[in-house]
Design a protein around this ligand. Sequence first.
Ligand code: SF4
Ligand code: SF4
Length: 453
Amino acid sequence: MPSINGYRLSRYVLEVPASEEFTILHSTLYGSTAVISSVLLHSTHDRITNSSDTSLQLDPEDIRRLVEQEILISDDVDERDRIRYLVNSAKFNYTAMEVALVATRACNFRCKYCTEAGRFSDAHMTDETADAAVNYIKNVADAKGTQHLTVGFYGGEPLLNLEGIVHAAHALREAFRSTRTKLVLFAVTNGYELTPKAFDRLADAGVVSFQVTLDGPKDVHDSRRVLRGGGATWERIVRNMIALVQDERLNALGIRINIDRHSSLSVPHLLDELQEQQILADTRRVQAYIAPVIPSFHPEDNWNSYVLRGREKGEVFVRLWEEMATRGLPVVAFPNVFPCGLHVEWGTLVDPSGDLYACSGFLGMSEYVKGKLPDGRMSRSHLRFLTEPLPDRCEECCWAPLCGGGCKYIAAITGRQNCEKAFFDLAYPAFVRISTQQDVEWRDDLQHLSACL
Ligand code: SF4
Ligand code: SF4
């Protein structure tokens, strides 16, 4: 790699053309972004490649800013040390901790691709288990100096145990009332029981942020996300959402749109419906995002064959992000897999039995229990996940900061490393381009460099 005044471009920096005039430089390692003149970038590349002139006169202020953003790095830095440091330090970085309480392992739906299929149980989390979980979380947060704690209520379908959520939410708020840890509560729900009446109870308990899933317009959604005994779900979920977004107490609603080969073509029709119903009108509080269906250990009707992979997955994501951008909808969530619970020490789901898991895909599978309440001492299986080194080829890969060597849950199903390189190659530059253009347009908070490289 060419050197300029003792610096070089980091191998984790992407060059993404934003327009004829500008190129985006984005570091996957640090998440930093700069927009620079394409003419300057290309002329500098040419001069480096075609001549022995190493005395390029760069604006020292631009160099300083690019070095600060880790876009330019010093010639003597071995970046493999940096990626090893990132992966190892993320494992034990409790500054922003995210945990989940599984309010119940029961579900009123039977989605075709559910990762918990075949392992539902009617167990609800009791108040005693919730109190032990809160105690455990508080001890960890205090000991590790956690500044931001996010607790999600998860299932099954968590709202089937509404009173359990209310009890745990009050207990969590009480436990962290006079601490320096900022607590955020949210619920991941299928939306069927998120009625105005249920929202009253949840809002009183401080649960005012939600993730709700819709898989497409009515016909597509109702063929995939069906009631346990059979029956449609779309209309009631949408009715609940219409009421929810009009309620001023709502803090945030993320509408997850699961996509696979069966559903992806129908997403524009779903967006039509959501926009017509004014559900997406307040983009500050309500955001739709696309997410991939992932394989299940026990899918219905071999549904795993619909899972998108590689280039095809990349093409579908790019097409749908462009569709969203054209409609003026924010493109906010990239489906990266690092860091997740199986890569870190702190990611935890507490099951109603008091067992701890690191990944929702393994709920109910005793061989993947991470620890147990009350003390959460780590199991051998999680120790193995946590200490697995990054494979050599991943240390050289610019996607490692987003991928961490791939999803270990999917690897457990397929029996091999889940490398998403073909997907990242296609999708991430497009995501950076679209989201950066939206940043520039809507928030104007990017650094525009006068000259560099
Ligand atoms: S709502 Fe969630 S937990 Fe219930 S069946 Fe569907 S994907 Fe599974
Ligand atoms: S698994 Fe594939 S995409 Fe991920 S870091 Fe390794 S080589 Fe890169």
